[in-house]
Design a protein around this ligand. Structure first.
Ligand code: ATP
Length: 269
C-alpha cells in the first residue's frame, strides 16, 4: 500500500471570509504567495523573490489548515496536502518514494501549494531521540533534495505546519527551502468575535445571548475549541428538549464548563 493514496489534489472551497479574524496572518500570506502570482512584474521591479517555502507554526486548532486551503483557493492554486506521519511508511524505501512522488505530482499540477501538515513528524532534528531515527533521517534527506530542485519547482510553494517549531531540523529552514516563518497565534479578542459570528450565523441563538460575554469567557480557547463550544451549546439545548427552537444563555454557560481550553502554555507564545 502506498502512502500516496492519501493525497488528493483539489482546489479547496475555503475562502478567506470563512476564517474569522486572523487578519495579520492572512495579510502576510497574501503578500508572500498571492501578490507574486498576481503581480510578478512588481516583484521583479523591486528585485525581490517570493519565498519558496513557508512554515506556519502555533498551537493546534488555530486555523493553519484552513488558512493553507483558503490561500490556495483564493490564489487559484491547486492544493496537495499530506500529513507528515502518513509519509513514514514501514516499508523500506517506500517513504522516500512517496516524497518524490508528491513533489512530482505537485509539479505536474502547478501552480500549486504543497501542504505538509505535522511536518515535525518528518523533520525532527537528526540524532534527536524522538522520531523514528533512521527512517526520518532518510525521509528528511529526500525532502531536502526535492526542495533544492528549485528551478523545476518554480510554481510550487511549500507550506508546512507544526505545533512544535523547536523540533524541526535546521537544514529545512535554510534560505531557498523554508525561508519564511509565520506564527499563527491563539485567536485574540477580535478574532474570537469573528469566529463566534461565523458559527452562530446559522444557529438559532436567543437574543439574550451576549456576544461580548462569549468573547470574554473564551480567553485561551483555540478556534477549534470555540467551534466545539457552539456545537455543545446546541446539543445541550436539544438534550433539554429535542423540540428546542433556540439556544439560550444557560446552554452556553453549561457548554463553557464542558468545553474548556486545553492548549498547554508551552505552545503559546
Ligand atoms: P492542527 O494544528 O490541530 O492541525 P490547525 O491549526 O490546522 O490545527 P484547523 O484544522 O485549520 O487548525 O482548524 C480546526 C477547526 O477549527 C476548523 O475546521 C474550524 O472549524 C475551526 N477554526 C479554527 N480557527 C478558526 C477561525 N479563525 N475561523 C473559523 N473557524 C476556525
Amino acid at each position: 500500500p502506498s502512502a500516496m493514496r492519501e493525497v488528493a489534489i483539489d482546489v479547496p472551497k475555503v475562502r478567506w471570509g470563512d476564517i474569522g479574524g486572523m487578519e495579520a496572518v492572512k495579510l502576510k500570506l497574501k503578500q508572500a504567495v498571492e501578490w507574486p502570482i498576481k503581480h510578478p512584474e512588481s516583484f521583479r521591479r523591486m528585485g525581490i523573490q517570493p519565498p519558496k517555502g513557508i512554515l506556519l507554526y502555533g498551537p493546534p486548532g488555530c486555523s493553519k489548515t484552513l488558512i493553507a486551503k483558503a490561500l490556495a483557493n483564493e490564489s487559484g492554486l491547486n492544493f496537495l496536502a499530506i500529513k507528515g506521519p502518513e509519509l513514514l511508511s514501514k516499508y523500506v524505501g517506500e517513504s522516500e518514494r512517496a516524497v518524490r512522488e508528491i513533489f512530482r505530482k505537485a509539479k505536474a499540477v502547478s501552480p500549486a501549494i504543497l501542504f505538509f501538515d505535522e511536518i515535525d513528524a518528518l523533520a525532527v532534528e537528526r540524532g534527536s531521540s524522538s522520531g523514528s531515527g533512521m527512517l526520518t533521517d532518510r525521509v528528511l534527506a529526500q525532502l531536502l533534495t526535492e526542495m533544492d530542485g528549485i528551478e523545476q519547482l518554480q510554481d510550487v510553494t511549500i507550506l508546512a505546519a507544526t505545533n512544535r517549531p523547536d523540533m524541526i531540523d535546521k537544514a529545512l529552514m535554510r534560505p531557498g527551502r523554508i525561508d519564511q516563518i509565520i506564527y499563527v497565534p491563539l485567536p485574540d479578542e477580535a478574532t474570537r468575535r469573528e469566529i463566534f459570528k461565523l458559527h452562530l450565523r446559522n444557529m438559532p441563538v436567543s437574543e439574550e445571548v451576549c456576544l461580548d460575554n462569549l468573547v470574554n469567557s473564551t480567553k485561551k480557547y483555540s478556534g477549534a475549541e470555540i467551534t466545539a463550544l457552539c456545537k455543545e451549546a446546541a446539543l445541550l439545548a436539544l438534550q433539554e428538549n429535542i423540540e428546542a427552537k433556540t439556544i439560550l444563555a444557560k446552554h452556553f454557560h453549561h457548554a463553557l464548563e464542558i468545553v474548556t481550553p486545553r492548549i498547554p502554555d508551552s505552545l503559546i507564545q
